[in-house]
Design a protein. Sequence first.
Length: 221
Amino acid sequence: METSKIFQHNTFTTLSGGFYKGTIRLKEALQHGSAGIGTLDTADGEVTIIDGIAYHGDAHNQVRLVNDEETMPYVAMVDHHPLQTFTDQSVSNSKDFLAHLIEKFPTKNTAYSLVIHGKFKKVTLSSKPANNTRSYPEIMADQPYFTKEEVEGTMLGIWSPEHLKDLFGSGFHLHFVSDDRTFSAHVQHFITKEVTVEIGQISQIEQEFPTDDETFTHHPF
């Protein structure tokens, strides 16, 4: 069975290390796949890309389309090929659901691409404000949370093992877009109702850095 691939422009650690300048345009990122997660220039909000369309969920719980020329300091694009697909009709909180998901991985030594679509009893999202200059932990501590009940939509993202945390962060990194495209950002908590889960095993990583950008080359990580 075909495995999944991932392309990253910058990393979780460059973003959390305070580099917020957009150094890749959306149209460039879309050359590497049709599904992905990221954030906009100045670490503004959350970007979720489904079927080649990018949605921006901002810190005011508003969703809009991202245009091709907008830039991102971080984006991960996934060429997703399901290794496993199953339906889950249990009512589970995110902690229990994701712990159960990990047990289905054939090994915990590779990263995985994840697509979870269906009905949720509750989804809580968070989104960073625009024009950030503070440290990443300070931004995370103050970011707003939004909750919606009885919502249908898609969660997508990656799970990363500990030894790859400098690239992807540790554990799950999921974004959500509702089917009506009015609710989208970074996933914090959820309760499932009836979902279909696709798990893809990532065997290839393409990592890119903006080495021609002077701000990046001189950033004190």
